[in-house]
Design a protein around this ligand. Structure first.
Ligand code: HPA
Ligand SMILES: [Zn+2]
Length: 338
């Protein structure tokens, strides 16, 4: 382990952009397929990993939705989330705001209750076991209709006090944020926070729509905002958090080479960027792997790494006292780390 690796491992982090279904490791996929008697189109764990070569977002999504077919019971969702929390805790994650895609499951006949109760029980266990706090983000699938998103929000009604935010994911191009302006307004009226994927593959116009029509509290990804200087100025001026995912960006060809990743450019522009893993089982690494890979590829300073970790807490939905506590811990660590 190098000094940089050690420094990153000890740096306290929040993870703000994580799809829990994207943390399904091939080993667990096989175990759940067997437990549930589900057939999957792979002969071995190696065979699954070999399928993880993507040239764009849709390539990945096709495999990601197919993988989720092994998740059937409340215990499956619990085990999935617990595996993520154990891994995240080992990476120095102290707080995680995790997205889940209910429609991926309810459209297969799985009860919303099984999905959310499995996740909630793992969240409670992670807090007791690791002191890792977490929050849930219910994400709408943007390739489906506005009506389907409203139905999903209605299904969530009995658990609204356990859900921090709604989000928007899946195929971005052709499904602009404007398609979900009314359902986001309804979620906001229920007191939920709002996030949306924008500017991963979609143009800067989609980032403007997420701001102006959805009124989001955070932008997931946001890479293509860099194409529009006025938008960059606005995001920086508003202190808008961007949940950036370096290994995902590389695997989905949002950046050709990690050496060209714009993370340090974002910080230099005053953008509140954070580092996250997105779908760690599919993109080759958890959050500390993302920090390490992009730190090496871009030669990031310790100051930049500390800034990114601080941003992850100030960009979270934690209450101000909790944010202040985590920031103080980061600053104490940075002052004493050798
Ligand atoms: O990176 C992503 N983008 C859009 N939808 C997703 N669903 C899981 N991961 C992603
Ligand atoms: Zn994502």
């Amino acid at each position: 382990m190098t000094d940089l690796d050690r420094f990153i491992a000890g740096l306290l982090k929040a993870e703000l952009h994580l799809h829990i279904e994207g943390s399904l490791e091939p080993e667990l996929m096989f175990a759940l397929a067997e437990r549930n008697g589900v057939t999957i189109p792979y002969a071995s764990v190696e065979d699954v990993r070999a399928a993880y070569a993507f040239s764009n977002l849709q390539d990945f999504l096709d495999i990601y939705y197919a993988g989720a077919s092994v998740l059937l019971t409340e215990a499956d969702f619990h085990d999935l989330a617990m595996a993520y929390f154990d891994r995240a805790a080992a990476d120095g994650v102290r707080h995680a705001e995790i997205m889940f895609d209910p429609q991926t499951h309810t459209d297969r006949g799985i009860a919303f209750a099984a999905v959310i109760e499995g996740l909630l029980s793992a969240m409670a266990e992670a807090e007791a076991k690791h002191g890792l706090t977490s929050a849930l983000i219910l994400s709408f699938l943007r390739h489906l209709s506005e009506e389907a998103a409203f139905e999903t929000l209605a299904m969530a009604e009995p658990w609204l006090d356990r859900i921090a935010a709604v989000g928007l994911d899946s195929s971005e191009i052709g499904h602009p944020p404007s398609k979900f302006a009314r359902v986001f307004a309804a979620a906001r009226a229920k007191g939920l926070k709002l996030v949306a994927h924008a500017g991963e593959e979609g143009p800067p116009a989609y980032v403007y729509e997420a701001l102006d029509l959805l009124h989001v509290d955070r932008i997931d990804h946001g890479n293509r905002a860099l194409e529009d200087e006025a938008l960059v100025q606005r995001l920086a001026g508003e202190g808008m958090t961007l949940t950036v995912c370096p290994l995902s960006n590389h695997k989905l060809c949002v950046v050709g080479d990690l050496a060209d990743h714009p993370i340090d450019h974002m910080l230099a522009e005053g953008l509140k960027a954070t580092i996250n893993s997105d779908d760690p089982a599919y993109f080759g690494g958890y959050v500390a792997d993302n920090y390490r890979a992009v730190a090496r590829a871009r030669g990031l300073s310790r100051e930049a790494l500390v800034q990114l970790a601080r941003n992850s807490f100030t960009g979270s939905f934690l209450p101000p006292e909790a944010v202040a506590m985590h920031l103080a811990a980061i600053d104490a660590y940075a002052a004493h780390a050798t």
